[in-house]
Design a binder for this molecule. Structure first.
Ligand SMILES: NC(=O)c1ccc[n+]([C@@H]2O[C@H](COP(=O)([O-])OP(=O)(O)OC[C@H]3O[C@@H](n4cnc5c(N)ncnc54)[C@H](OP(=O)(O)O)[C@@H]3O)[C@@H](O)[C@H]2O)c1
Length: 241
């Protein structure tokens, strides 16, 4: 177990990549603080981690609300004393022709994907500085590295995470805060099935699994003295680069 005594706060823990990341980090010995909005899924996750012999707490929170994010981080510190690993994973997507997007879509997607990443970093970094370091993993997307048709606002939100990650890496690496980006392509989760893609449709064949991405998250945060993982780009076997 390579993450024993580490405390990991993971957003979007109720399902998909976040849930798989919680389980993968717990298997490496990390104590998990999992957050999302859906209580029953969080409870099920907590039980599963405990059944594996791990330790977990969960905290229901809407990550678009600054007061809820601050409360989540504060509670984690009160209960567990530190945050060694922050995984900003929660996110939503959407596929629409450019002219059909509304202001409401813009606010919802940007707040969930981009603003929440900023809010969690803003709350967690002061504790990491006091502790002498930490790891931040921002789960962006290949859609943050290049624009795709019908995904304009989603691409904007994901590229905001890329820019913030690069900025934080350059600002904080000398303080031993390691900031990693994980950019998956298609992953077989609720996210990819929703908004028009059929679960058994051809598009889903060969998609990455949530567990594939969770392995990348673990790799990004494994202790290493003299280097840091800055960027992981993943592609499923049915996608071109
Ligand atoms: N699946 C893909 O094809 C793919 C590809 C590239 C990148 N990604 C990125 O991977 C990340 C995880 O996606 P996924 O595929 O695992 O999606 P998912 O299965 O739909 O999970 C999304 C998670 O985000 C949480 N969430 C959404 N809105 C929230 C809010 N306002 N407050 C708190 N939690 C919220 C959801 O929890 P509740 O609903 O319980 O709140 C859920 O746990 C996203 O950032 C996505 O952009 C996904």
């Amino acid at each position: 177990m390579r993450l024993q005594n580490k405390i990991a706060l993971v957003t979007g823990a109720s399902r998909g990549i976040g849930r798989a990341s919680c389980l993968a980090l717990a298997r490496e010995g990390a104590t998990i603080v999992g957050t999302a909005r859906t209580h029953k899924d969080l409870e099920a996750l907590e039980k599963e981690i405990v059944a594996l012999g791990g330790k977990a707490k969960t905290f229901a929170c809407d990550i678009t609300k600054s007061a809820e994010v601050a409360a989540c981080v504060k509670q984690s510190i009160t209960d567990l004393g530190r945050i060694d690993i922050l995984v900003n994973n929660a996110g939503i997507g959407g596929y629409r022709p450019f002219l059909d997007w509304t202001e409401e879509d813009y606010d919802r997607i940007m707040e969930t994907n981009a603003k929440s990443t900023w809010l969690f970093c803003k709350e967690a970094i002061p504790h990491m500085l006091k502790q002498g370091g930490g790891n931040i993993v921002n789960v962006s997307s290949v859609a943050g590295l290049a624009g795709y048709p019908n995904e304009g606002i989603y691409c904007m939100s994901k590229s905001a995470q890329v820019a913030l990650s690069q900025s934080l890496d350059r600002e904080f690496y000398e303080k031993n805060i390691k900031v990693s980006l994980v950019c998956p392509g298609g992953v077989e989760t609720h996210f990819a099935i929703g908004d028009g893609r059929a679960p058994d449709g051809a598009n889903m064949k060969g998609f990455s699994t949530a567990e594939d991405v969770a392995e990348a998250v673990v790799m990004a945060v494994l202790p290493r003295e003299r280097s840091r993982i800055v960027n992981i780009i993943m592609r499923p076997m049915n996608e071109q680069t």
